[in-house]
Ligand binder design. Structure first.
Ligand code: RIB
Length: 291
């Protein structure tokens, strides 16, 4: 089950990411489906898992539910409210790098009752996938852990309040180099090996999955270490690549793949995603990833 954000992504292809005080033009405007939670639910479903999504949208976000349903995601735990769906204003430059401004909308209005109602549908051993784009993440974590659910957490976007979350409840972390270094209390340029040493010490028995862009991805759990490289493709748009990685790594582990095999599969899936435009739409299907 993914309890997370659903966003309307407004994508502006730009020559370069706008600088402070500068006004630039974009020769296109694409409205598409996104949100870290919804993207990860889509990736899990495209990878062939049975997936449930919980969250909140306004009427303007109904098309997101239709799209998720078309991938096989059960959205009966997504509440609708009388307000706006989350929005992401995304600039994508010529190198495929992005810059995102978020408006939380429904993602910031999750209620205690919605959490209780949603978690009542799940059992011990079920997997909960969380990101940091909705309100009450700590409450959801505590309640799910009390139920015996396994928590997979992608602490993105990273902020200082994350340290107040019950992070010892997390079973698997998905972090990029910057989030991982911040979580480890290290400078951003620290090596993945050093970051993993600190994080596996701080979170014993927790699996740490660290994505490092073009340098591939790393896995650490207690003394175990694995690494996989990316597939070299022309980069069109990196938006949603991390979400694709999270979904495919999780799906591969659920299917009994080893950490090394799961890293390889997730790197393949996210390499395909960066070669296409958009977030949810760019996530590949299982048959494109599992050769
Ligand atoms: O991870 C990519 C996502 O981040 C985008 O789809 C956007 O909605 C933001 O939430």
């Amino acid at each position: 089950m993914v309890f997370g954000s659903l966003n309307i992504d407004i994508i502006f292809p730009v020559d370069h990411i706008v600088r402070p005080g500068e006004t630039i033009g974009s020769d296109d405007l694409v409205k598409s489906a996104g949100g870290k939670g919804a993207n990860q639910a889509a990736a899990l479903a495209k990878a062939g898992l049975e997936v449930y999504m919980a969250g909140k949208v306004g009427r303007d976000g109904r098309f997101l539910l239709d799209l998720l349903n078309s991938y096989g995601v059960n959205t009966s735990n997504v509440a609708e409210y009388d307000g706006e769906t989350g929005q992401a204003m995304i600039q994508v430059d010529r190198q495929g790098q992005n810059s995102i401004v978020l408006y939380a909308g429904g993602n910031g209005r999750i209620t205690g009752e919605e959490i209780r109602r949603t978690l009542a549908c799940f059992d011990p051993g079920d997997i909960l996938v969380l990101q940091n784009e909705i309100s009450r993440v700590g409450e959801i974590m505590e309640a799910a852990a009390e139920k015996g659910m396994r928590i997979y957490f992608n602490p993105s976007p990273y902020d200082q309040q994350l340290e107040e979350l019950p992070l010892s409840r997390v079973g698997v972390f998905f972090v990029n180099e910057i989030e991982a270094a911040a979580l480890a209390g290290l400078p951003p340029e620290s090596s993945p090996e050093k970051i993993l040493r600190i994080l596996t010490g701080r979170f014993p028995r927790t699996e740490i999955v660290l994505t490092a862009g073009k340098d591939g991805a790393y896995y650490g759990c207690e003394g175990m270490r694995e690494k996989a490289g990316i597939v070299d493709v022309p980069v069109v748009d990196t938006t949603g690549a991390g979400d694709t990685f999270t979904g495919y790594f999780t799906a591969a582990r659920c299917r009994g793949c080893s950490p090394a095999e799961s890293l390889y599969i997730a790197c393949r899936a996210s390499s395909i995603a960066v070669s296409r435009r958009g977030a949810m739409a760019a996530i590949p299907l299982a048959r494109e990833v599992f050769l």
